[in-house]
Design a protein around this ligand. Structure first.
Ligand code: 8YV
Length: 315
């Protein structure tokens, strides 16, 4: 096959080098994020693009999609589809794939890690030792995790994996979800307020998108007990960040452990200034093993698309 005959794919944001190399060996890869004038590039070259690869947290805007009239696939590196307009894609006959199945455990591990770090003051303890404070005073007490109550917002694959881990810590698990899950041994709450009120830890594991935007708002935070922690490994947009900052400042809740934010990578100074928060740079799925598996899944979907085969991970 000559260079010119190779299918054209557009990369919206950087991915793992190994995935970029693999894609480049099979396809003509254009990197939108490296274009000095992305809009001019799209106007000149957009008609050549047949497939797009993007990240879950980045997605693709409709304005960009409109410049890609030949596109038949959006392959997402991640499981979140909230940054892609699925209605637009459906109407335009564009398939969308995700990296389902491979990142569940890592994200659930991160949720438990955040919960433990917050309750057991791991980051503060680390600072305490490094700053030599231990030589002068006794460390503050944390909050017990084992045997406590955890409420999970969203009972999809990640929610279930979190529940499994919480069960191993002898925690009682309750949840809210769009659909009943009678097969699960956990308590389904009728509403988010009851879930917030009756738990010691509230973990957000639901999908992002318009329907869930601001789900954890001031009134939900108000319903949480003052000793409770909020953990978010889903999307920053699910939590009203200003309301959260106020709740944390007033100590209306004990703390928040967050892997995701409303305007990543920008984290409000007001959050950074607080001691009762744990902040992570959206790394729930960021292990070498999982990112490699995600890369393999993305490649398999792009490859299947160009070979005219069924897409393994279509949404
Ligand atoms: C990734 C994610 O961090 O799966 C998702 O939707 O947000 C994460 O797994 C992201 O897509 C890669 O940057």
């Amino acid at each position: 096959m000559t260079q010119q005959a190779r299918p054209n794919i557009l990369l919206i944001a950087p991915v793992l080098d190994s995935l970029l190399d693999r894609l480049s060996s099979a396809f003509e890869v254009h990197r939108l994020y490296e274009q000095d004038e992305p809009l001019a590039w799209l106007a000149a070259e957009g008609t050549r693009v047949q497939a797009v690869v993007t990240r879950g947290d980045v997605g693709i805007s409709n304005a960009v999609l409109e410049q890609l009239p030949q596109i038949g696939l959006i392959a997402i590196f991640g499981v979140g589809t909230d940054a892609v307009d699925l209605d637009y894609a459906r109407k335009a006959n564009i398939a969308v794939t995700i990296t389902s199945g491979v990142l569940t455990n890592d994200v659930a591990d991160m949720a438990m890690g955040l919960l433990l770090s917050g309750a057991r003051r791991l980051c503060l303890g680390d600072r305490f030792v490094r700053e030599g404070q231990w030589l002068r005073q006794a460390p503050a007490l944390g909050t017990q995790v084992s045997g406590k109550r955890v409420g999970i917002v969203g009972m999809g694959n990640i929610g279930r994996a979190i529940a499994q881990r919480a069960t191993a810590f002898d925690m009682s698990v309750s949840y809210i979800s769009c659909t009943p899950k009678p097969e699960l041994p956990y308590t389904r709450c009728g509403d988010i307020y009851t879930l917030a009120r009756e738990n010691d830890f509230l973990i957000v594991a639901a999908s992002g998108g318009a329907a869930n935007r601001g789900l954890i708002d001031a009134s939900v935070l108000e319903a949480m007990p003052a000793h409770a922690w909020l953990v978010n490994i889903a999307r920053g947009t699910l939590v009203d960040e200003n309301a959260l900052i106020q709740a944390l400042q007033r100590k209306a809740i004990a703390g928040a452990a967050l892997d995701v934010f409303e305007e990543e990578p920008h984290v409000p100074e007001a959050l950074i200034a607080l001691d009762n928060v744990i902040l992570q740079p959206h790394v729930g799925s960021a292990t070498a093993e999982t990112r490699q598996k995600m890369s393999d899944v993305v490649f398999a979907n792009v490859d299947a698309f160009f070979k005219g085969r069924p897409l393994p991970n279509a949404v």
